[in-house]
Design a protein around this ligand. Structure first.
Ligand SMILES: [Zn+2]
Length: 270
């Protein structure tokens, strides 16, 4: 029994070691589920046809799984850097050092443009891939540490403890804070968050990828300031969850609304 629990603990520790890939599955599912509830009729119908009856929630983490799929070496490895855009203090998206392999803002812009202006020339499988990637990347674009500093690889090099266990700041924001804040399933998160007014929705369902990136950078800056003030390798726990739950909820909710906005714009008028 003891051996079994040691094995399970090691296995869970291993599974927790995801570093570059954005919200964990629950966060991505929440964003996609909120988006799904806010799709217009036409977009819903078009997406249902394109995804052969599967929902956008079903594919929300598909892009994270690519690395472990046989497709990775068959061309999909070019998507490796498309989950984030790291930027050091004082730079904007325009002035920052760009990753020549691409970043989340550039990839979203390109794929959205393809689906909007080149739809007829794409195969069904390309259309499906682009939608699955956009669903995932709009989530990543709203995950604060995916616009973290270039100098510390988006918080991957910032050592922190999480409830006493050694980890890094990137990993805290990808999944640990989501799991610690609530014990809700993705659909419970969705039901609890998606209760805002029509006016509020309209106020966030607009803008560009670059503008949304600026917001994410601001969120990341707040987190950096907070953590730096605590000194080297701080132990983050209940107080951090309490202090950053509003930001966490805002990012998941706004990410969901904006994903609906993107998909409504691409497919809603088709
Ligand atoms: Zn990702």
């Amino acid at each position: 029994m003891k051996k079994l629990s040691i094995f399970l603990v090691s296995l869970l520790t291993l599974l927790n070691v995801q570093s570059l890939f954005g919200w964990g599955p629950v966060g991505h599912d929440v964003v996609a589920a909120i988006a799904e509830q806010n799709l217009n009729k036409k977009a819903k119908k078009e997406l249902n046809k394109l995804l052969e009856g599967r929902s956008i929630v079903y594919y929300s983490s598909w892009m994270d799984g690519l690395q472990n799929s046989p497709y990775w070496t068959a061309g999909y490895n070019q998507t490796k850097t498309w989950h984030y855009a790291n930027v050091d203090k004082g730079y904007t998206y325009q002035t920052m050092t760009k990753n020549e392999k691409g970043d989340v803002v550039q990839a979203l812009t390109t794929l959205t443009d393809e689906l909007t202006n080149n739809y007829e020339n794409l195969t069904d499988s390309m259309r499906q891939d682009y939608v699955k990637m956009i669903v995932h990347m709009v989530g990543d674009l709203h995950c604060p540490m995916h616009a973290g500093k270039l100098s510390d690889l988006g918080g991957n090099r910032v050592k922190v403890k999480w409830f006493g266990r050694q980890t890094n700041l990137h990993s805290v924001w990808d999944s640990k804070i989501v799991e610690s804040a609530r014990s809700w399933s993705y659909s419970e998160w969705c039901d609890q968050l998606d209760r805002t007014s029509k006016e509020y929705k309209e106020s966030v369902m607009c803008g560009t990828y670059e503008e949304w990136f600026v917001e994410t950078v601001e969120g990341a800056a707040r987190i950096y300031d907070y953590v730096e003030a605590l000194g080297e390798n701080p132990n983050l726990s209940y107080q951090f969850v309490y202090d950053f739950s509003p930001l966490l909820e805002d990012r998941l909710l706004v990410g969901g609304y904006r994903l609906a906005y993107v998909l409504n714009t691409i497919f809603g008028g088709r």
